[in-house]
Design a protein around this ligand. Sequence first.
Ligand SMILES: NC(=O)CC[C@H](N)C(=O)O
Length: 359
Amino acid sequence: MKAFLILEDGHVFTGTSIGADREVISEIVFNTSMTGYLEILTDPSYAGQAVVMTYPLIGNYGICYEDMESLKPWPDGYIVRELSRLPSNFRSEDSIQHFLEKHNIPGIAGIDTRALTKILREKGTMNGMITTNANYNIEEILPRLKSYTTGKVVEKVTCADKETLSGEGYKVALMDFGAKRNIARCLNERGCEVTIYPARTKAEQIIADAPDGIMLSNGPGDPKECREIIDEIKKLYQSDIPIFAICLGHQLMALANGADTHKMKYGHRGANHPVKDLDSGRVYISSQNHGYVVDAGAMDPNVAVPAFVNVNDGTNEGLKYIGKNIFTVQFHPEASPGPQDSNTLFDRFISMMEVAKNA
Ligand SMILES: NC(=O)CC[C@H](N)C(=O)O
C-alpha cells in the first residue's frame, strides 16, 4: 500500500506503508545511528515525534526484546529507506514490521531519507503527516501541521508507581521523566539500590526516603513544559543530596537555577557526537537524542559552569554546579545504543555519593 509523508513546508514524499495503517501528525526528527534501532524506538524521549532513520537498511537483525529501553516503542511514526524483509539473528524474536503493527505505530519506507534529512537539516525540524490516503488535501493539512506541538509528554511516559531494584550499595532515587532502562541498569550494576519514582513525586517524599544520591532522567518534550517538576527540582537542589542528571534532567536542573533553554535547529540524534570534557580535555564519542539545549552563556557562573561542550557545534553538553555535589550532562552516558566512552560518569556519581556519605 502506498503511503505519503507530507511536510509542513509542502514537500511530499511517496513511499510504502509500514507498520500500522493509521494517519499521524508529528514532529519529524532524524537519527543518524547505524545500529540500535530497537533502543531508539523504545527510548521514551521520542514520544511526540516521528523518527527518520538515516541508515538505509533497518530491521536486519530483528527485534530482541531484551534490548528494549522501556516497555514499548514511543515514536508516533517511523520513516526508513528500506525495511528488512527477513531479519537474521539468533537472538531475534520478532520482525520490525510486526513490532510496529503490534504497537499501532504507522510508518513509511522506500523514500529518499537522505533528501528528507537534507531538507530537515537546512530548514530545521518540521512537523509532518504520514498517511495512506492518496486523496489528501494539502491546503487543509498544512495548517494542522503548523499548529502541532508535542505538549506535556512526560506524564505519558513516566511510570505509574514507585519500583525498587535491589542492591547492596548506595541508595539512588531515580526520577523517571521517561527514563531509559539502561540508566537504572548502569547504577544497579555498580551495586546501587535504585528506586524509580514517578515524575510527579514531590521532592519532600524523595528527601524523606533519604537516598544517597538522586538521578534525574532523560525524557521527551520541551523542558519548559515541565514547570511543576522544575519546582520540585529547586527543592532537591537545596537538599545537598548528590545529584547526577541526564538530558531532560540536565535541562530541568538548569531551568531550576535560572538558566534558559532553546530549541535547536535540528537537534542531535545519533551515536557519534563528540563531546569534550573541559576539565580533562578528553573527548568522548557520545550517544545523543535531544532537540533542546541549555544556553550556558546566560547561566550565572557563581551557580554553574560548563563541564562539557559539543565539539561539532560548540553547544553546551554538561554543567557542574558550584559548591554543590551536582553535575549534569546533555548526552547519554548510558549509551544504548551507542559507544560506552562516557559510562565512567556513573562511577563519578558513585564517588560523589561516597565522598558525601563520608563527609
Ligand atoms: N533525551 C532527552 O532527554 C531529550 C530531552 C528533551 N526532550 C530534548 O529534546 O531536548
